[in-house]
Design a protein around this ligand. Structure first.
Ligand code: ADP
Ligand code: MG
Length: 232
């Protein structure tokens, strides 16, 4: 069997609040294999974003282990973790998070700046990814000049520019109308068909139906885990 892209064991996260420690994630176990396409579902407050932020190495767990392409993230120092994250995964946020004063091309190239690539390499890679999401002709424009759906496509191009094996997306269609959502979901489907592992959070069953597997959270725990074909 191939090694999982992601394996979490007894993963927990508690937040310090005025009322004491709040357990947002409670002992989650999950394996994600190369090429999977998973929708993370569950009501607001069930721990989905907390979980995604841990998977994306944007936050650290309180307890448990997280193996990302076989490396135990819990035992890595900050620099090693940044390198692993940069090489392995791309993260897409609900709010797009593009820098408003930078051209689309420069936004997409940003992860390559952190990776230390030279200017020409960055330009070429950013152009290629903008072409891939159908926005090459707007490369020199500012984010404010394009629609929300187009901004999310730019954010996906940015997540792809390091050629990651894994795309993590937290409610990527949460701010989009249903027609634009469908376009974004088609793009994720194409990326998955190319072999990229996709994990995305969604509230909506029709969005989740695009994924091959659906994992449901409730109160910080996984309460169901099914192939889409099995979901009633
Ligand atoms: P979801 O994405 O499923 O809506 P979250 O992971 O954002 O859920 O939140 C899970 C729970 O943890 C919620 O009760 C939320 O209020 C709480 N929470 C999230 N982030 C923090 C934080 N930084 N400090 C305190 N509590 C938090
Ligand atoms: Mg959330």
């Amino acid at each position: 069997m191939t090694e999982p892209v992601i394996r979490v064991v007894g993963l927990g996260k508690s937040y310090e609040t005025a009322a004491g420690l709040f357990p947002a994630l409670r002992g989650v176990n999950l394996e994600i294999r190369p090429g999977e396409y998973i929708a993370i579902m569950g009501p607001s407050g069930s721990g989905k974003s907390t979980f995604m932020n841990l998977l994306g190495c944007l936050d650290t767990p309180t307890i448990g282990d997280y193996f990302l392409t076989g490396s135990n993230v819990a035992h890595m120092d900050k620099d090693a973790l940044a390198i692993l994250r940069n090489r392995t995964l791309g993260f897409v946020f609900q709010g797009f998070n593009l820098l408003p004063r930078m051209s689309l091309q420069d936004n997409v190239a940003l992860p390559l700046v952190y990776a230390g690539a030279d200017k020409e390499t960055r330009r070429a890679a950013a152009r290629e990814m903008l072409d891939k999401v159908g926005l090459g002709k707007y490369a020199e424009s500012l984010p404010s000049r394009i629609s929300g759906g187009q901004q999310q496509r730019v954010a996906i191009a940015r997540a792809l520019v390091n050629r990651p094996r894994l795309i993590l997306a937290d409610e990527p269609t949460g701010n989009l109308d249903s027609h634009t959502s469908e376009e974004i979901m088609r793009l994720f489907g194409e990326l998955n068909a190319e072999g990229i592992t996709v994990v995305l959070v969604t509230h909506e069953q029709d969005v989740a139906a695009h994924a091959k597997r659906q994992v449901k959270f409730l109160d910080g725990e996984i309460v169901s885990d099914h192939l889409t074909a099995e979901v009633a």
